[in-house]
Design a protein around this ligand. Structure first.
Ligand code: BYC
Length: 324
């Protein structure tokens, strides 16, 4: 497989102008279309980080599969974790349409050179965390990904459509767990409130730095990869989520949270960006543990990759013999 492909070896101004015109007209850019190298690189960066996030994102929840409190909950959680693996695969496939090798992307993750979402570097301490992840983390992902389903790069946008359908199920199963616990015994209520207290701020950080600190946003918005800014999406998530918290009598851990009558928006207090940067730099509570788990899974899967490659080589040889 090629390492990288640079579609259009030249950045002819006429081709660039034609590309910009296609974007302005709302056309979808497809793998064989000419695109500026910078557009391709931005997509590889974003899609590979996204795929890594889905795969690493399986770990915090998988931690509770063996301890789910009932068969029904276990089946739901198993299905969700499997879905996340599938999401990673669709997005790695989408990234490959940009001429990048998946093995190289995975290696960047294993070497600690690649980013993945900050949210997955927090621990899952109780069963309530599983409900709260579905509600808040998948809820945030839906807000972000519904908009990415309109991204200008066709394979990315199409992957998001199916992913969002599955994320909706994830969010519902999470909110159902949360509402059950919130209506439960005092100990269950305390457990779910504690989980909300720990996951609320990291969920807001998922949307990325504020617009004034987001170096990639202007370019991605101009190319219609992003259709809304980080802060716009974060605000949409807050507006959607606060009424859901109120409905199940849970408190969000933000003493400054207030409703703005004029705009009908819920306004949050300040986010601790130092914490965000520390986690992204690799110093969150679980960064090392997550990478270690991915490396172990990769090593344990060596025989599967070898068997698949051997099978593919045998099939190619058979086809070559048949064609001769
Ligand atoms: N964590 O210029 P900015 C899921 C980085 S998984 C870590 O605003 P951009 C699920 C950013 O990469 C769904 N890093 O960047 C799975 C950039 O660094 P580089 C995960 C972050 O791209 C399992 C720098 O900060 N969703 O739902 O314009 C179980 C400056 O940021 C983060 C996606 O991946 C972060 N939170 O915007 C349950 C969505 N935020 O690359 C659930 C796809 C920012 O310049 N990605 N950084 O070194 C996006 O929508 C955008 O890439 C972002 C960032 C909004 C995340």
């Amino acid at each position: 497989m090629p390492q990288t492909r640079a579609p259009g070896s030249t950045e002819d101004p006429a081709m660039t102008a034609a590309f910009e015109a296609r974007i302005a007209a709302g056309e979808s850019i497809e793998p064989k279309d000419w695109m500026p190298e910078r557009y391709r690189r931005q997509l590889v960066r974003m899609m590979s980080q996204h795929a890594h996030s889905e795969v690493v994102g399986m770990l915090p929840e998988a931690n509770w599969i063996t301890r789910a409190p009932s068969l029904r909950r276990k089946v739901g959680l198993l299905a969700k974790v499997q879905d996340e693996a599938g999401h990673g695969l669709y997005i790695y496939c989408g990234a490959e349409t940009l001429g990048v090798d998946r093995a190289e992307l995975v290696q960047q993750l294993l070497d600690g050179r690649a980013k993945y979402s900050s949210i997955f570097n927090y621990p899952t301490l109780s069963w309530a965390d599983i409900g709260v992840i579905g509600w808040l983390v998948d809820g945030a992902a839906i807000v972000n990904q519904t908009v990415l389903a309109k991204a200008s790069y066709g394979p990315y946008a199409r992957a998001m459509i199916r992913i969002c359908k599955e994320e909706n199920f994830h969010k519902r199963q999470g909110y159902e767990i949360v509402s059950t616990l919130a209506a439960g015994t005092p100990a269950q209520k305390a457990m779910v409130q504690d989980a909300v207290n720990r996951w609320w701020w990291p969920s807001l950080m998922m949307f990325g730095p504020s617009d004034t600190e987001s170096p990639n946003s202007a370019e991605l918005l101009r190319w219609k990869v992003k259709r809304k800014s980080n802060d716009e999406l974060r605000q949409r998530f807050v507006n959607l989520t606060v009424p859901q918290a109120i409905a199940v009598a849970l408190t969000l851990p933000d003493p400054a949270l207030r409703h703005d009558e004029a705009t009908d928006a819920w306004i949050s207090g300040p986010i601790d960006w130092d914490e965000f940067h520390e986690v992204v730099r690799g110093n969150g509570p679980c960064n090392r543990e997550r990478l270690q788990a991915r490396r172990a899974a990769h090593d344990e899967g060596t025989w599967v990759r070898e068997a698949a490659s051997a099978y593919a080589a045998r099939q190619r040889a058979k086809q070559a013999t048949a064609a001769a």
